[in-house]
Design a protein around this ligand. Structure first.
Ligand code: ZN
Length: 556
Protein backbone atom coordinates (compact mmCIF):
# COMPACT_ATOMS: atom_id res chain seq x y z
CA UNK A 1 0.00 0.00 0.00
CA UNK A 2 1.49 3.28 -1.01
CA UNK A 3 1.86 5.94 1.66
CA UNK A 4 -0.23 9.02 1.05
CA UNK A 5 1.12 12.23 2.54
CA UNK A 6 -0.99 13.47 5.41
CA UNK A 7 -1.67 16.90 3.95
CA UNK A 8 -3.30 15.32 0.91
CA UNK A 9 -4.99 12.48 2.71
CA UNK A 10 -6.47 14.83 5.27
CA UNK A 11 -7.34 17.69 2.97
CA UNK A 12 -10.77 18.84 4.18
CA UNK A 13 -13.59 17.88 1.84
CA UNK A 14 -16.25 20.02 3.48
CA UNK A 15 -16.31 23.53 4.87
CA UNK A 16 -17.13 22.00 8.25
CA UNK A 17 -13.82 20.13 8.24
CA UNK A 18 -11.78 23.21 7.50
CA UNK A 19 -9.50 24.36 10.31
CA UNK A 20 -9.53 28.11 10.87
CA UNK A 21 -10.75 30.71 8.34
CA UNK A 22 -14.21 30.67 9.90
CA UNK A 23 -14.98 34.17 8.61
CA UNK A 24 -14.39 33.12 4.99
CA UNK A 25 -16.31 29.88 5.36
CA UNK A 26 -19.24 31.71 6.87
CA UNK A 27 -19.41 34.29 4.08
CA UNK A 28 -19.16 31.64 1.37
CA UNK A 29 -21.67 29.37 3.08
CA UNK A 30 -24.19 32.19 3.40
CA UNK A 31 -23.72 33.16 -0.22
CA UNK A 32 -24.11 29.56 -1.41
CA UNK A 33 -27.16 28.91 0.72
CA UNK A 34 -28.89 32.11 -0.37
CA UNK A 35 -27.87 31.72 -4.01
CA UNK A 36 -26.35 35.19 -4.05
CA UNK A 37 -22.87 34.52 -5.31
CA UNK A 38 -20.37 37.14 -6.25
CA UNK A 39 -18.54 36.34 -9.47
CA UNK A 40 -15.02 36.96 -8.18
CA UNK A 41 -13.36 36.41 -4.82
CA UNK A 42 -9.88 37.43 -3.84
CA UNK A 43 -8.15 35.47 -1.10
CA UNK A 44 -5.10 37.08 0.38
CA UNK A 45 -2.80 35.40 2.85
CA UNK A 46 0.33 33.40 3.21
CA UNK A 47 0.95 29.99 1.69
CA UNK A 48 -0.55 26.80 3.03
CA UNK A 49 -3.53 28.32 4.82
CA UNK A 50 -6.22 26.67 2.71
CA UNK A 51 -6.74 28.64 -0.49
CA UNK A 52 -6.82 25.60 -2.80
CA UNK A 53 -8.85 23.62 -0.32
CA UNK A 54 -11.48 26.34 -0.11
CA UNK A 55 -11.58 26.63 -3.90
CA UNK A 56 -12.17 22.91 -4.30
CA UNK A 57 -14.95 22.76 -1.74
CA UNK A 58 -16.45 25.83 -3.38
CA UNK A 59 -16.31 24.17 -6.82
CA UNK A 60 -18.06 21.10 -5.41
CA UNK A 61 -20.69 23.24 -3.71
CA UNK A 62 -21.53 24.94 -7.01
CA UNK A 63 -21.48 21.82 -9.15
CA UNK A 64 -22.55 18.90 -6.95
CA UNK A 65 -25.05 16.74 -8.82
CA UNK A 66 -27.35 16.75 -5.80
CA UNK A 67 -27.75 20.50 -6.05
CA UNK A 68 -26.01 23.71 -5.19
CA UNK A 69 -25.35 24.04 -1.45
CA UNK A 70 -22.63 24.75 1.05
CA UNK A 71 -22.63 21.09 1.98
CA UNK A 72 -21.77 19.08 -1.16
CA UNK A 73 -22.50 15.36 -1.06
CA UNK A 74 -18.91 14.23 -1.63
CA UNK A 75 -20.14 11.09 -3.39
CA UNK A 76 -21.41 12.06 -6.84
CA UNK A 77 -19.17 11.95 -9.89
CA UNK A 78 -18.58 15.70 -9.76
CA UNK A 79 -17.59 15.70 -6.08
CA UNK A 80 -15.26 12.73 -6.47
CA UNK A 81 -13.69 14.24 -9.58
CA UNK A 82 -13.00 17.50 -7.76
CA UNK A 83 -11.55 15.65 -4.76
CA UNK A 84 -9.29 13.68 -7.07
CA UNK A 85 -8.15 16.90 -8.74
CA UNK A 86 -9.51 15.98 -12.17
CA UNK A 87 -12.69 18.00 -12.55
CA UNK A 88 -12.61 19.68 -15.96
CA UNK A 89 -14.55 22.77 -14.90
CA UNK A 90 -12.22 23.58 -12.03
CA UNK A 91 -9.28 25.30 -13.65
CA UNK A 92 -6.33 25.71 -11.32
CA UNK A 93 -3.70 28.13 -12.56
CA UNK A 94 -0.54 28.81 -10.60
CA UNK A 95 0.62 32.11 -11.99
CA UNK A 96 3.92 31.82 -10.13
CA UNK A 97 4.98 28.84 -12.22
CA UNK A 98 3.27 29.87 -15.46
CA UNK A 99 4.25 33.47 -16.06
CA UNK A 100 4.87 34.24 -19.67
CA UNK A 101 3.16 31.12 -20.89
CA UNK A 102 0.61 32.11 -23.44
CA UNK A 103 -1.92 29.35 -22.90
CA UNK A 104 -2.81 30.84 -19.50
CA UNK A 105 -4.22 33.73 -21.47
CA UNK A 106 -6.05 31.25 -23.67
CA UNK A 107 -7.44 29.37 -20.68
CA UNK A 108 -8.77 32.61 -19.25
CA UNK A 109 -10.20 33.69 -22.60
CA UNK A 110 -12.03 30.35 -22.76
CA UNK A 111 -14.08 31.45 -19.76
CA UNK A 112 -16.74 32.63 -22.18
CA UNK A 113 -17.51 29.04 -23.24
CA UNK A 114 -20.01 27.10 -21.21
CA UNK A 115 -18.76 24.57 -18.64
CA UNK A 116 -18.20 21.04 -19.92
CA UNK A 117 -19.79 19.04 -17.10
CA UNK A 118 -20.95 21.23 -14.27
CA UNK A 119 -23.11 24.31 -13.91
CA UNK A 120 -20.18 26.62 -13.26
CA UNK A 121 -16.63 26.97 -14.38
CA UNK A 122 -14.46 27.78 -11.39
CA UNK A 123 -11.12 29.46 -11.96
CA UNK A 124 -8.60 29.32 -9.17
CA UNK A 125 -5.71 31.61 -10.04
CA UNK A 126 -2.99 31.36 -7.42
CA UNK A 127 -0.43 34.17 -7.06
CA UNK A 128 -2.57 36.17 -9.46
CA UNK A 129 -0.25 39.18 -9.21
CA UNK A 130 2.36 37.19 -11.13
CA UNK A 131 0.29 36.60 -14.26
CA UNK A 132 1.92 37.63 -17.52
CA UNK A 133 0.69 40.89 -18.97
CA UNK A 134 -1.41 39.30 -21.78
CA UNK A 135 -2.92 36.82 -19.32
CA UNK A 136 -3.64 39.61 -16.88
CA UNK A 137 -5.37 41.68 -19.55
CA UNK A 138 -7.50 38.69 -20.50
CA UNK A 139 -8.45 38.28 -16.83
CA UNK A 140 -9.35 41.94 -16.51
CA UNK A 141 -11.50 41.81 -19.61
CA UNK A 142 -13.37 38.77 -18.30
CA UNK A 143 -13.83 40.38 -14.89
CA UNK A 144 -15.32 43.47 -16.49
CA UNK A 145 -18.08 41.48 -18.14
CA UNK A 146 -18.16 38.15 -16.36
CA UNK A 147 -20.19 35.39 -18.04
CA UNK A 148 -22.88 34.13 -15.63
CA UNK A 149 -21.43 30.60 -15.58
CA UNK A 150 -17.97 31.63 -14.34
CA UNK A 151 -16.66 32.15 -10.82
CA UNK A 152 -13.18 33.45 -10.18
CA UNK A 153 -11.23 32.63 -7.06
CA UNK A 154 -8.09 34.70 -7.11
CA UNK A 155 -5.39 34.22 -4.52
CA UNK A 156 -2.30 36.21 -3.78
CA UNK A 157 0.29 36.57 -1.09
CA UNK A 158 0.92 40.14 -2.23
CA UNK A 159 -2.32 42.10 -2.82
CA UNK A 160 -0.37 45.38 -3.03
CA UNK A 161 0.78 44.36 -6.48
CA UNK A 162 -2.75 44.08 -7.85
CA UNK A 163 -4.22 47.03 -9.75
CA UNK A 164 -7.27 48.67 -8.28
CA UNK A 165 -9.28 47.60 -11.33
CA UNK A 166 -8.96 44.00 -10.12
CA UNK A 167 -9.36 44.76 -6.43
CA UNK A 168 -12.56 46.72 -7.03
CA UNK A 169 -14.17 43.81 -8.87
CA UNK A 170 -13.50 41.19 -6.22
CA UNK A 171 -14.93 40.37 -2.85
CA UNK A 172 -11.85 40.22 -0.72
CA UNK A 173 -11.04 37.88 2.17
CA UNK A 174 -7.90 37.71 4.18
CA UNK A 175 -7.01 34.13 5.05
CA UNK A 176 -5.33 34.07 8.42
CA UNK A 177 -2.28 32.17 9.45
CA UNK A 178 -3.37 29.39 11.75
CA UNK A 179 -2.58 29.52 15.44
CA UNK A 180 -0.24 26.86 16.82
CA UNK A 181 -3.15 25.55 18.88
CA UNK A 182 -5.30 25.08 15.77
CA UNK A 183 -2.50 23.26 14.00
CA UNK A 184 -1.77 21.14 17.07
CA UNK A 185 -5.46 20.27 17.38
CA UNK A 186 -5.61 19.03 13.80
CA UNK A 187 -2.39 17.04 14.28
CA UNK A 188 -3.80 15.30 17.34
CA UNK A 189 -6.99 14.55 15.44
CA UNK A 190 -5.07 13.00 12.54
CA UNK A 191 -2.65 11.04 14.73
CA UNK A 192 -5.55 9.65 16.72
CA UNK A 193 -7.32 8.53 13.55
CA UNK A 194 -4.09 7.06 12.15
CA UNK A 195 -3.36 5.24 15.44
CA UNK A 196 0.07 6.79 15.78
CA UNK A 197 1.42 7.29 19.28
CA UNK A 198 2.77 10.69 20.15
CA UNK A 199 4.15 12.83 22.95
CA UNK A 200 2.24 16.04 23.35
CA UNK A 201 5.44 18.12 23.57
CA UNK A 202 6.35 16.81 20.11
CA UNK A 203 3.08 18.16 18.74
CA UNK A 204 3.77 21.53 20.33
CA UNK A 205 7.18 21.72 18.67
CA UNK A 206 5.79 20.81 15.26
CA UNK A 207 2.84 23.18 15.53
CA UNK A 208 5.13 26.09 16.31
CA UNK A 209 7.54 25.16 13.54
CA UNK A 210 4.64 25.11 11.06
CA UNK A 211 4.58 28.90 11.35
CA UNK A 212 0.88 29.33 10.68
CA UNK A 213 0.61 26.94 7.76
CA UNK A 214 -1.30 23.72 8.29
CA UNK A 215 0.13 22.27 5.10
CA UNK A 216 3.70 22.91 6.27
CA UNK A 217 2.76 21.52 9.67
CA UNK A 218 1.43 18.30 8.21
CA UNK A 219 4.44 17.80 5.99
CA UNK A 220 6.67 18.29 9.04
CA UNK A 221 4.50 15.73 10.78
CA UNK A 222 5.10 13.31 7.88
CA UNK A 223 8.83 13.86 8.22
CA UNK A 224 8.76 13.43 11.98
CA UNK A 225 6.83 10.16 11.74
CA UNK A 226 9.39 8.86 9.26
CA UNK A 227 12.26 10.14 11.43
CA UNK A 228 10.85 8.50 14.56
CA UNK A 229 10.15 5.20 12.81
CA UNK A 230 6.40 5.45 13.18
CA UNK A 231 6.09 7.21 16.52
CA UNK A 232 6.49 10.78 17.68
CA UNK A 233 8.90 11.61 20.48
CA UNK A 234 9.65 15.16 21.55
CA UNK A 235 13.41 14.61 21.56
CA UNK A 236 13.32 13.20 18.03
CA UNK A 237 11.26 16.13 16.82
CA UNK A 238 13.61 18.62 18.45
CA UNK A 239 16.60 16.92 16.91
CA UNK A 240 14.86 16.99 13.54
CA UNK A 241 13.86 20.64 13.84
CA UNK A 242 17.07 21.77 15.49
CA UNK A 243 15.04 23.35 18.25
CA UNK A 244 15.66 23.23 21.97
CA UNK A 245 13.21 22.51 24.71
CA UNK A 246 11.15 25.58 25.54
CA UNK A 247 12.27 25.48 29.13
CA UNK A 248 15.90 25.79 28.05
CA UNK A 249 15.60 29.52 27.51
CA UNK A 250 14.41 30.01 31.08
CA UNK A 251 17.95 29.27 32.23
CA UNK A 252 19.13 32.19 30.10
CA UNK A 253 16.51 34.48 31.61
CA UNK A 254 17.39 33.30 35.12
CA UNK A 255 21.01 34.24 34.52
CA UNK A 256 19.97 37.63 33.15
CA UNK A 257 17.69 38.28 36.12
CA UNK A 258 20.63 37.55 38.41
CA UNK A 259 22.99 39.65 36.28
CA UNK A 260 25.32 36.66 36.25
CA UNK A 261 27.54 36.64 33.16
CA UNK A 262 29.18 33.35 34.04
CA UNK A 263 25.87 31.54 34.40
CA UNK A 264 24.69 33.16 31.18
CA UNK A 265 27.60 31.76 29.18
CA UNK A 266 27.17 28.38 30.87
CA UNK A 267 23.57 28.35 29.65
CA UNK A 268 24.73 29.27 26.17
CA UNK A 269 27.19 26.37 26.18
CA UNK A 270 24.52 24.00 27.40
CA UNK A 271 22.13 25.10 24.65
CA UNK A 272 24.89 24.90 22.04
CA UNK A 273 25.50 21.27 23.01
CA UNK A 274 22.16 20.45 21.34
CA UNK A 275 23.45 21.94 18.04
CA UNK A 276 20.25 23.93 17.77
CA UNK A 277 19.15 26.42 15.17
CA UNK A 278 20.19 29.52 17.13
CA UNK A 279 17.66 31.63 15.26
CA UNK A 280 14.81 29.59 16.64
CA UNK A 281 16.35 29.66 20.11
CA UNK A 282 16.24 33.46 19.92
CA UNK A 283 12.63 33.12 18.73
CA UNK A 284 11.87 30.98 21.77
CA UNK A 285 13.51 33.59 23.96
CA UNK A 286 11.42 36.35 22.41
CA UNK A 287 8.26 34.27 22.80
CA UNK A 288 9.02 33.66 26.49
CA UNK A 289 9.69 37.39 27.01
CA UNK A 290 6.37 38.19 25.36
CA UNK A 291 4.54 36.01 27.84
CA UNK A 292 6.54 37.39 30.77
CA UNK A 293 5.60 40.91 29.75
CA UNK A 294 1.93 39.92 29.52
CA UNK A 295 2.10 38.56 33.06
CA UNK A 296 3.72 41.81 34.20
CA UNK A 297 1.52 44.33 32.47
CA UNK A 298 -1.86 42.75 31.79
CA UNK A 299 -3.77 42.25 35.02
CA UNK A 300 -5.44 38.88 35.18
CA UNK A 301 -3.38 37.41 32.34
CA UNK A 302 -2.58 33.78 32.96
CA UNK A 303 -0.13 32.02 30.69
CA UNK A 304 -1.74 29.16 28.82
CA UNK A 305 -0.42 25.88 29.92
CA UNK A 306 2.53 25.12 27.67
CA UNK A 307 4.40 22.13 28.98
CA UNK A 308 3.67 23.31 32.52
CA UNK A 309 6.13 26.17 32.53
CA UNK A 310 3.81 28.78 34.06
CA UNK A 311 5.49 28.94 37.44
CA UNK A 312 8.88 29.56 35.86
CA UNK A 313 7.39 32.38 33.80
CA UNK A 314 5.64 33.93 36.79
CA UNK A 315 8.83 33.79 38.80
CA UNK A 316 10.77 35.48 36.00
CA UNK A 317 8.05 38.11 35.66
CA UNK A 318 8.71 39.05 39.28
CA UNK A 319 12.46 39.23 38.95
CA UNK A 320 12.82 41.06 35.65
CA UNK A 321 12.04 44.76 35.34
CA UNK A 322 9.30 45.36 32.74
CA UNK A 323 11.45 47.74 30.70
CA UNK A 324 14.29 45.21 30.70
CA UNK A 325 11.88 42.65 29.27
CA UNK A 326 11.10 45.09 26.46
CA UNK A 327 14.78 45.58 25.82
CA UNK A 328 15.64 41.88 25.91
CA UNK A 329 12.83 41.20 23.48
CA UNK A 330 14.18 43.76 21.11
CA UNK A 331 17.72 42.44 21.40
CA UNK A 332 16.46 38.91 20.77
CA UNK A 333 14.61 39.87 17.60
CA UNK A 334 17.41 42.11 16.35
CA UNK A 335 19.94 39.44 17.24
CA UNK A 336 17.99 36.93 15.20
CA UNK A 337 17.90 39.27 12.23
CA UNK A 338 21.64 39.91 12.50
CA UNK A 339 22.63 36.26 12.91
CA UNK A 340 23.58 36.07 9.25
CA UNK A 341 26.08 38.90 9.73
CA UNK A 342 27.76 37.19 12.66
CA UNK A 343 31.03 35.29 12.09
CA UNK A 344 29.05 32.20 13.06
CA UNK A 345 25.65 31.59 14.58
CA UNK A 346 26.96 30.71 18.03
CA UNK A 347 28.91 33.96 18.22
CA UNK A 348 25.87 35.93 17.14
CA UNK A 349 23.79 34.15 19.77
CA UNK A 350 26.35 34.78 22.53
CA UNK A 351 26.65 38.42 21.60
CA UNK A 352 22.89 38.87 21.73
CA UNK A 353 22.86 37.39 25.25
CA UNK A 354 25.81 39.50 26.36
CA UNK A 355 24.15 42.55 24.94
CA UNK A 356 21.14 41.88 27.14
CA UNK A 357 23.48 41.69 30.10
CA UNK A 358 25.50 44.78 29.25
CA UNK A 359 22.93 47.08 27.83
CA UNK A 360 20.32 48.38 30.22
CA UNK A 361 18.76 51.81 29.84
CA UNK A 362 17.44 51.61 33.39
CA UNK A 363 20.94 51.99 34.73
CA UNK A 364 20.87 55.64 33.83
CA UNK A 365 23.30 57.59 31.76
CA UNK A 366 25.64 54.79 30.80
CA UNK A 367 23.52 52.52 28.64
CA UNK A 368 26.36 50.84 26.82
CA UNK A 369 28.88 51.20 29.59
CA UNK A 370 32.04 49.27 28.99
CA UNK A 371 32.44 46.24 31.18
CA UNK A 372 28.74 45.93 31.84
CA UNK A 373 29.29 42.82 33.92
CA UNK A 374 27.19 43.04 36.99
CA UNK A 375 27.63 40.83 39.94
CA UNK A 376 24.35 41.82 41.52
CA UNK A 377 21.03 43.00 40.17
CA UNK A 378 20.28 46.67 40.56
CA UNK A 379 19.02 47.52 44.02
CA UNK A 380 15.50 48.50 42.93
CA UNK A 381 14.81 44.95 41.96
CA UNK A 382 13.65 42.39 44.43
CA UNK A 383 16.34 39.94 45.33
CA UNK A 384 16.41 37.03 42.90
CA UNK A 385 15.22 33.72 44.15
CA UNK A 386 17.59 30.82 43.82
CA UNK A 387 17.07 29.76 40.21
CA UNK A 388 16.77 26.10 41.08
CA UNK A 389 14.23 26.63 43.84
CA UNK A 390 10.73 25.99 42.54
CA UNK A 391 8.74 29.18 42.90
CA UNK A 392 5.50 28.92 44.77
CA UNK A 393 2.62 30.16 42.67
CA UNK A 394 2.26 33.73 43.87
CA UNK A 395 -0.95 35.70 43.97
CA UNK A 396 -1.34 38.53 41.54
CA UNK A 397 -1.29 41.26 44.20
CA UNK A 398 1.87 39.96 45.77
CA UNK A 399 3.84 41.00 42.74
CA UNK A 400 5.91 44.10 43.46
CA UNK A 401 4.74 47.06 41.46
CA UNK A 402 7.40 48.49 39.20
CA UNK A 403 9.20 51.34 40.91
CA UNK A 404 8.10 54.46 39.02
CA UNK A 405 11.50 56.09 38.90
CA UNK A 406 12.87 52.84 37.57
CA UNK A 407 10.24 52.53 34.91
CA UNK A 408 11.42 55.41 32.76
CA UNK A 409 14.80 54.97 31.18
CA UNK A 410 16.82 58.06 31.91
CA UNK A 411 17.10 59.88 28.62
CA UNK A 412 19.10 62.82 29.84
CA UNK A 413 21.68 63.31 32.48
CA UNK A 414 21.44 65.37 35.58
CA UNK A 415 24.50 67.30 36.55
CA UNK A 416 25.45 66.62 40.15
CA UNK A 417 23.48 68.93 42.40
CA UNK A 418 25.59 71.53 44.25
CA UNK A 419 25.97 70.97 47.96
CA UNK A 420 23.37 72.86 49.95
CA UNK A 421 25.88 74.82 52.01
CA UNK A 422 29.21 75.20 50.28
CA UNK A 423 32.14 74.24 52.42
CA UNK A 424 34.45 77.21 52.28
CA UNK A 425 37.66 75.93 53.77
CA UNK A 426 39.11 72.49 54.12
CA UNK A 427 41.00 71.24 57.14
CA UNK A 428 44.35 72.53 55.92
CA UNK A 429 43.18 76.13 55.76
CA UNK A 430 43.10 76.23 51.95
CA UNK A 431 39.69 77.60 51.00
CA UNK A 432 37.53 75.78 48.47
CA UNK A 433 37.73 78.32 45.68
CA UNK A 434 34.57 77.27 43.92
CA UNK A 435 32.56 77.38 47.13
CA UNK A 436 34.01 80.77 47.95
CA UNK A 437 32.92 82.17 44.60
CA UNK A 438 29.41 80.93 45.27
CA UNK A 439 29.21 82.31 48.78
CA UNK A 440 30.65 85.64 47.74
CA UNK A 441 28.02 85.65 45.02
CA UNK A 442 30.49 86.79 42.40
CA UNK A 443 28.68 87.41 39.12
CA UNK A 444 29.15 89.28 35.88
CA UNK A 445 32.69 90.37 35.08
CA UNK A 446 33.81 89.67 38.68
CA UNK A 447 32.40 86.17 38.45
CA UNK A 448 34.03 85.62 35.05
CA UNK A 449 37.43 86.58 36.39
CA UNK A 450 37.03 84.43 39.50
CA UNK A 451 35.69 81.45 37.56
CA UNK A 452 38.65 81.57 35.21
CA UNK A 453 41.16 81.63 38.05
CA UNK A 454 42.50 78.74 40.07
CA UNK A 455 43.56 79.05 43.68
CA UNK A 456 47.24 78.12 43.84
CA UNK A 457 48.08 78.95 47.41
CA UNK A 458 47.73 81.23 50.37
CA UNK A 459 50.39 83.52 51.77
CA UNK A 460 49.04 84.97 55.00
CA UNK A 461 46.01 86.99 54.00
CA UNK A 462 46.91 86.89 50.33
CA UNK A 463 45.29 84.36 48.03
CA UNK A 464 47.49 83.47 45.06
CA UNK A 465 45.38 82.92 41.95
CA UNK A 466 46.61 81.42 38.70
CA UNK A 467 45.29 82.83 35.47
CA UNK A 468 45.99 81.89 31.88
CA UNK A 469 48.76 84.27 30.74
CA UNK A 470 46.49 85.35 27.89
CA UNK A 471 43.88 86.40 30.47
CA UNK A 472 46.22 88.42 32.71
CA UNK A 473 44.94 91.69 31.28
CA UNK A 474 41.58 90.95 32.96
CA UNK A 475 43.07 91.05 36.45
CA UNK A 476 42.92 94.81 36.78
CA UNK A 477 41.50 97.38 39.15
CA UNK A 478 38.89 98.00 40.28
CA UNK A 479 37.75 94.39 39.73
CA UNK A 480 40.53 92.80 41.78
CA UNK A 481 39.75 95.02 44.78
CA UNK A 482 36.03 94.39 44.45
CA UNK A 483 36.56 90.64 44.46
CA UNK A 484 38.89 90.95 47.46
CA UNK A 485 36.27 92.99 49.34
CA UNK A 486 33.56 90.42 48.74
CA UNK A 487 35.85 87.58 49.78
CA UNK A 488 36.89 89.45 52.91
CA UNK A 489 33.25 89.75 53.85
CA UNK A 490 32.44 86.04 53.56
CA UNK A 491 35.75 84.87 55.05
CA UNK A 492 35.59 87.31 57.93
CA UNK A 493 39.14 88.60 57.46
CA UNK A 494 40.94 91.11 55.30
CA UNK A 495 41.83 89.30 52.06
CA UNK A 496 44.20 90.42 49.36
CA UNK A 497 44.61 88.84 45.93
CA UNK A 498 47.69 88.22 43.83
CA UNK A 499 47.31 86.96 40.25
CA UNK A 500 50.05 85.03 38.48
CA UNK A 501 50.17 84.01 34.84
CA UNK A 502 50.41 80.19 34.85
CA UNK A 503 48.92 78.13 32.04
CA UNK A 504 49.45 74.82 33.90
CA UNK A 505 48.01 76.11 37.15
CA UNK A 506 45.02 77.64 35.44
CA UNK A 507 43.98 74.32 33.90
CA UNK A 508 41.67 73.51 36.81
CA UNK A 509 39.60 76.61 37.15
CA UNK A 510 35.92 76.39 38.09
CA UNK A 511 35.14 77.53 34.54
CA UNK A 512 37.21 74.70 33.03
CA UNK A 513 35.60 72.16 35.36
CA UNK A 514 32.13 73.42 34.48
CA UNK A 515 32.96 73.24 30.78
CA UNK A 516 34.19 69.68 31.05
CA UNK A 517 31.18 68.74 33.19
CA UNK A 518 28.94 70.26 30.54
CA UNK A 519 30.68 68.36 27.81
CA UNK A 520 30.52 65.15 29.85
CA UNK A 521 26.82 65.72 30.44
CA UNK A 522 26.43 66.42 26.73
CA UNK A 523 28.28 63.25 25.75
CA UNK A 524 26.29 61.24 28.25
CA UNK A 525 23.05 62.70 26.95
CA UNK A 526 24.08 61.99 23.37
CA UNK A 527 25.15 58.45 24.25
CA UNK A 528 21.90 57.97 26.10
CA UNK A 529 19.88 59.11 23.10
CA UNK A 530 21.97 57.03 20.72
CA UNK A 531 21.63 54.01 22.98
CA UNK A 532 17.90 54.38 23.46
CA UNK A 533 16.17 51.33 21.95
CA UNK A 534 13.39 53.45 20.46
CA UNK A 535 15.87 55.81 18.83
CA UNK A 536 17.82 52.84 17.53
CA UNK A 537 14.67 51.31 16.12
CA UNK A 538 13.75 54.61 14.42
CA UNK A 539 17.21 54.83 12.90
CA UNK A 540 17.18 51.24 11.79
CA UNK A 541 13.64 51.03 10.45
CA UNK A 542 13.15 54.52 9.11
CA UNK A 543 16.68 55.75 8.49
CA UNK A 544 16.21 58.45 11.14
CA UNK A 545 19.22 60.61 12.01
CA UNK A 546 19.99 62.28 15.32
CA UNK A 547 21.14 65.89 15.02
CA UNK A 548 23.80 65.98 17.77
CA UNK A 549 23.46 69.72 18.50
CA UNK A 550 19.77 69.23 19.16
CA UNK A 551 20.46 67.12 22.25
CA UNK A 552 20.53 69.09 25.49
CA UNK A 553 21.15 67.54 28.88
CA UNK A 554 18.73 68.44 31.67
CA UNK A 555 19.98 71.37 33.72
CA UNK A 556 19.62 70.79 37.40
ZN1 ZN B 1 -21.80 15.84 -5.02
Amino acid sequence: MSYQVLARKWRPRKFAELVGQEHVVRALTNALDSGRMHHAYLFTGTRGVGKTTIARIFAKSLNCERGESADPCGECSVCTAVDAGRFVDLLEIDAASNTGVDDVREVIENAQYAPARGRFKVYLVDEVHMLSKPAFNALLKTLEEPPPHVKFLLATTDPQKLPVTVLSRCLRFNLKRLLPDQIAGQMRHILGAEHIEYEDAAIGELARAADGSLRDGLSLLDQAIAYGGGSLKADDVRAMLGSVERGQVFGVLDALAAGDGQALMAESTRIASFSPDFGSVLDDLAAALHRIQLIQLVPGYRPENHDGDDSALISLAERLAPEDVQLYYQIATTGRRDLSFAPDARTGFDMALLRMLAFRPSDGATPAASGGQRSAPSPQRSAPATPSAPAAAPVQQARPAPVPSHATPALATHAPAPAATPRVADAGGMPDWEALIQRADLRGPLGQLAQNSALRGREGNTLVLALQPTHMHLAVEPMVSQIADRLSEVMGEQIRLRFIGDSQGAAHTPAARAASARSAAQSAAEASIEGDPLVQALKREFGARVVPQSIKPFES
